[in-house]
Each structure stands twice: as C-alpha cells, then as structure tokens.
Design a protein around this ligand. Sequence first.
Ligand SMILES: *[C@@H]1O[C@H](CO)[C@@H](O)[C@H](O)[C@H]1NC(C)=O
Ligand SMILES: *[C@@H]1O[C@H](CO)[C@@H](O)[C@H](O)[C@H]1NC(C)=O
Ligand SMILES: [Cu+2]
Length: 233
Amino acid sequence: MTKGRLQLSKSIRSVCLAVAAALPLANAHFVLQIPTSLGFSDINEVQAPCGGFDIASRNKVTNWPIGGYPIGVVSTHPNAHWQIRAALLENTEEFVDLIPNIVQDGLGNFCLTRVPGIADWVGKDAVLQVVQRAVDGELYQCAAIKFVEGATASVPGNCRNGSSVVASIDPDYTGPATLPTGGSAATTTTTGAPASTSTGSSGTNKSVHPPMLGLLATVIYLFDSLFDLSGVL
Ligand SMILES: *[C@@H]1O[C@H](CO)[C@@H](O)[C@H](O)[C@H]1NC(C)=O
Ligand SMILES: *[C@@H]1O[C@H](CO)[C@@H](O)[C@H](O)[C@H]1NC(C)=O
Ligand SMILES: [Cu+2]
C-alpha cells in the first residue's frame, strides 16, 4: 500500500470515528464524555440526580486524583450553566461543589482540564454529578468515581473546547469562598435534586428545545473534530 493510500484510509477512519462519536448527539441535550458516565438517556436526562441511571452503579469507576481530573462534555445548548459536584455513595443526599458554577457559551465540546478532588474522601466510593441548566431546565449526568492521592491527571486529546466555546465562573455563584482543593472547605452543600428557582424554568414554557439545535451542534462538533484530526494526521 502506498503512503498516500495509507494516509487516505487513515483519514476515512478518522471521519468514521468522528461521525460515530457524534451520533448520540443528534437529539442530545448534553453528554458527559470524560469521565465515563453512568449512562446517557436523552429522554431521562431531566431526572435528578443521575439522568435516569442508578446512582449506586459502579460498572466503571474512575480514580480521581486530588490534584485534579478533567471533565469533558458535548453540549447542544448555548448559554449553559454548569454545576460540578460530588457526593459520597454513603450520603447521596449531600452533593458538594468541586468548583464554582460555570457559565458557558457556544456549542460542542467543552473541557475543564483540572477539577480538584476532595482529600477527605480519598478511598471512598463517590459519585460525580454534572448538572447543566439551559433552555430545557436542569439536566443530569453522573459518573462513578473514587478520589485518590496524586497530582493532576493528564488531559486526553478528545477533551477539548469547541472553537466557539467561551466559559467563565458564574458571577452569581454564592458557594464556598475557597475551593475544596483538599480540605473540608466545602460546607455549602445542596440536595441531590436542586429544587432551585429554575426547576421547570417556572414561568417560561418548559422544554422549548429549538428543533435544529441538536443537528447544528452535531455539525459543529464534526467540524471541530475533523479540524483537530487533520492537524494530527
Ligand atoms: C476550555 O475553556 C475553559 C474556560 O475558558 C478553560 O478553563 C479550559 O482550560 C479550556 N479547556 C481546554 C482543554 O483548553
Ligand atoms: C408560553 O406559551 C404560551 C402559549 O403558547 C405563550 O402565550 C407564552 O407567551 C409562552 N411563554 C413564554 C415565556 O414563552
Ligand atoms: Cu436539550
């Protein structure tokens, strides 16, 4: 096989991988890709605390160094608000913020490179919960994790920001002043199902999902992926 053909088949394979990766997004609200989630269900994603999946399931447990681990999502909603939290499996009523809430604009990949763990919880079974608040109200994805000693984990190549993604700390965040980078600072906790003001976006019409948004996000995601891969090949 000539070098040119090899390159071509590699490119085709990359395109196929990108398409396969994007398929679940056709209707998705958001998908937690890193770490491995408990599962994704488009219909049940509105259900607290874990988008319809059993919070106690431990099929794939991610070891989470205290120094930090990446979180990668793909979002089909612009103007998203994120909560990144964890709870001990023995007390899933009490989620603790790992970082301040985040406001994010732009569609597609979104990657936080270093979300710190909680030192006091090292070795205990825990659950990561990612909550997105956007046009459809609150959406939930979880992952089985265990905090471990250690420095920041490396960030996989598919944990990236889409070209249009802009994010920053929510200026209205009223959580712990100091981040729980290892101590017991995070005393501001909320319940598993934040029955906050936005539940059902009271007043506004629930589940106003712009019909083309999922498709648009898929296209943007594919475009971004191909761009990225073409630099690698
Ligand atoms: C993505 O953007 C956020 C917010 O600007 C930033 O904190 C993060 O490090 C970025 N991720 C990558 C992989 O560069
Ligand atoms: C909700 O729907 C009703 C009826 O379709 C409409 O009159 C109202 O303006 C909508 N409210 C919002 C906030 O979109
Ligand atoms: Cu949605």
